[in-house]
Structures are given as C-alpha cells and as structure tokens.
Design a protein around this ligand. Sequence first.
Ligand code: AMP
Length: 142
Amino acid sequence: MRIADVLRNKGSAVATITPETSVAGLLTELAVHNIGAMVVVSPDGVVGIVSERDVVRALQRRGAELLTQPVSEIMTSMVVTCSPEDSVDSLTRLMTENRVRHVPVLQNGRLAGIVSIGDVVKTRMEELEAQQEQLQAYITRG
Ligand code: AMP
C-alpha cells in the first residue's frame, strides 16, 4: 500500500502553525484539533515540525515562561518527509529509524498531507483484517 492510499482514506488536511505563534497558542491548537504534532509553515513553505514531546521536554527544562515563547524555539527544523508514491512499509521504517510519529507528505515541494503512527497502525490492521477474511473465505469454500 502507498501513502497516497492512506491519504485517500484520511484526507489531505494538515494542521499548520506559524513559527511566531506562542507555545500557549500551540497547545490550544493541539487540543482543538485533538492531534499530537503540527507542521510549522512560513510564506516560504514548511520550516519545521513541533510535537507534544517538544513541549513536554522544554517545559521540564524552562518552566512556565516557555508558554509565552514562540514555537520556533522548540520546533525541529530538519523535517523528515515522505511522498505520496512511497510505500507504507518504507514510511514505517522511516518512522522507526528517525524515532518520529508524524511525517508530512510533500508533493512537488507542497504539503499534500500528514501521516501519523496511528494512521500506519490503522492501515496495517485493515490490511490484516482483509487478509484474514480472504483466507476464511478460501477455507470455507474448500
Ligand atoms: P513525535 O514522535 O512526532 O511526537 O516527535 C518526537 C520528536 O521528533 C520531536 O522533537 C519532534 O519535533 C520531532 N519530529 C516529529 N516528527 C518529525 C518529522 N517528521 N521530522 C523531523 N522531526 C520530527
């Protein structure tokens, strides 16, 4: 299965935020959208990614003053991305090797979606269920 198939099911919407937004603003957005990471964009395109883990780590280090600081202070600038043509298997490897749970999808340099580790697990479960149904049908047909 390809990333494009995953996006066909879940849609291409990506929650984004600007680097100037405060960490408090980021927390509001994460809560409103019920997600764990946001892609950071500027007029030039994707400039980073920031996840709940970044907030937790920085909050532990810096305390409550962090909440008024801009997202750019805690985001990761070297963003690991994939393309719609990539396979879900290669994305799984990418997530494991880079220890990330969210990977933005880029097509011709533009944001075309985002895939989380939850989406990967859901896709795998559906594949396994379909395989099981096929096997059961094969066995009962004799
Ligand atoms: P996550 O596992 O997505 O919660 O993120 C864990 C750490 O990896 C955080 O420091 C994130 O900023 C960073 N991170 C998450 N996704 C990516 C990505 N696609 N590329 C680079 N870093 C990422």
